[in-house]
Write a protein that binds this ligand. Structure first.
Ligand code: NAD
Length: 436
């Protein structure tokens, strides 16, 4: 099939590369000329494990091309994916400007029947909005499909090639057949289902998934605070309650709060959607509130330890991306920690395996970036672990203590075993395990 993918970001690029890998011809379209130039030169603008190989092979076999020429892409493709950003608007609802711009372009330039697939995360009712816009602009036949994406950054190639499920909202037989054919190589890989439903149900499914995952995080984070207060280990509690066959233990990781380009904005957008129906959405509101507070937990522990006097102290910080195996720093909890410490007069030397270029663009010279993780520790008053990259998991604590000025670790991801770190003479703070 000839496919156009509008938006070559974390979702559009991975989806495009994987569709090309399955033998389709893909045209990746973006308004960002720098991104398109890099892609045309065979370089990925994002860090995503496995993406470079799949992209290289698709380019070598001429199964993928990149362009800023929207008109050409729309005319040539029979299936057009919209995978542009839907950031948080000023009032918390999803900003659909980019989505509607693309729909407008498609309506303007299409000359024959198209299947138009919404891959971006969009609120319930967006398919109807796009339909109304298209109807007012073109007489050519089209099919609007809602096909939310569930990939996880850091594992997105595997997630796309072997999805747990594919959700398709559509109303026509043609769209159903086209989408079934397009996804059949991927669902065959593990015999997982394609779930056909209405556009609205597909749109809501994506928000339900993200809000529920975010709720798991806020639930365990709130429990971690209680564990700290009562003086027990939240991990013991987690083991205790998640061995119940009805409770899946995945994703119950206490930490510095969820971040990234999806959970924070999707949780808020779901609340906004519910508001328009006068529904309070109390559970999801609670999830959001807990997460906002959680981001300040580690800075509070730090301030508490140093009795509020951070002026002149130097902190080593490991991990900048919002989670491991990505360079994505959108809504990264590490950034909240950095902002709080800088405004209290401390200095930061940070290290991250992939997110330093993005961080340099964000903070400029306000913080220092170390070339290696150990370099960040030289003369540090404390180490902060903000993202649990694998390479931070088993450090040589003797080496750490020889480099640091004070032997203090604030572990925002519960990476270490408290007793082991303390054996090495460190003062160790973590999340919900401070008394362990
Ligand atoms: P992104 O910001 O990485 O990429 C979006 C791209 O769209 C950018 O390159 C931008 O230049 C381009 N763009 C904007 N307007 C355009 C236009 N008119 N024509 C062509 N390109 C245009 O965003 P992302 O992380 O890939 O997310 C895209 C959508 O997928 C969002 O709705 C997001 O919520 C959803 N989503 C993201 C993830 C994730 O992990 N990142 C997972 C599932 C769903």
């Amino acid at each position: 099939m000839k496919i156009a993918v509008f938006g070559t970001g974390y979702v559009g690029l991975v989806a495009g590369a994987c569709f090309a890998d399955a033998g389709n011809h893909v045209i990746g379209v973006d308004i960002d000329t720098n991104k398109i130039k890099m892609l045309q030169e065979g370089k990925s603008p994002i860090y995503e494990p496995g993406l470079d190989d799949i992209l290289e092979s698709a380019l070598a076999h001429k199964r993928i091309e990149f362009t800023t020429d929207k008109e050409k892409a729309i005319k040539e493709a029979s299936v057009i994916f919209i995978a542009v950003g839907t950031p948080e608007g000023e009032d918390g609802s999803a900003d659909l400007t980019h989505v509607l711009n693309v729909a407008d372009e498609i309506a303007t330039h299409m000359r024959d029947e198209k299947v138009i697939v919404m891959k971006s995360t969009v609120p319930v009712g967006t398919a109807e909005k796009v339909e109304a816009l298209m109807k007012s602009k073109t007489k050519v036949k089209y099919h609007i499909v809602s096909n939310p994406e569930f990939l996880k950054e850091g594992a997105s190639i595997t997630d796309f090639l072997k999805p747990d499920r594919v959700v398709i909202g559509c109303t026509t037989e043609h769209a159903r057949n086209v989408m079934g054919e397009l996804y059949s190589p991927f669902i065959k890989a593990n015999n997982h289902p394609i779930l056909f439903m209405s556009n609205k149900a597909a749109e809501l499914t994506k928000y339900a998934a993200n809000a529920f995952l975010a709720t798991k995080i806020s639930f365990i984070n709130e429990l971690a605070q209680l564990a700290d207060s009562v003086g027990c280990d939240v991990n013991d509690v987690k083991r205790g309650f998640t061995t119940d066959a009805r409770i899946n233990p995945a994703f119950f990781y206490p930490g510095v709060g969820y971040g990234g380009s999806c959970f924070p904005k999707d949780v808020k957008a779901l609340i906004k959607t519910a508001e328009t129906f006068d529904l309070p959405m109390d559970v999801v509101r609670g999830t959001d509130r807990v997460n906002e507070k959680q981001k300040s937990i580690l800075p509070a522990k730090i301030k508490n330890h140093f009795k509020g006097k951070l002026q002149g102290l130097k902190f080593a910080l490991w991990g900048l991306s919002f989670k491991p195996r990505t360079d994505d720093v959108r809504e990264a909890p590490a950034y909240v920690i950095i902002d709080e410490l800088l405004s209290a007069g401390a200095s930061i030397v940070a290290y991250d395996p992939a997110a330093m270029p993005n961080t340099k663009r964000h903070f400029g010279n306000k913080i220092q970036l170390a070339e290696e993780s150990l370099d960040a520790l030289k003369g540090a008053d404390a180490l902060i672990v903000a993202t649990e990259w694998n390479e931070f998991r088993t450090p040589d604590f003797a080496q750490l203590s020889s480099l640091m000025k004070q032997k203090i670790i604030f572990d925002g991801r519960n990476v270490y075993e408290p007793s082991k770190v303390r054996e090495h003479g460190f003062t160790y703070y973590c999340i919900g395990r401070d008394h362990a």
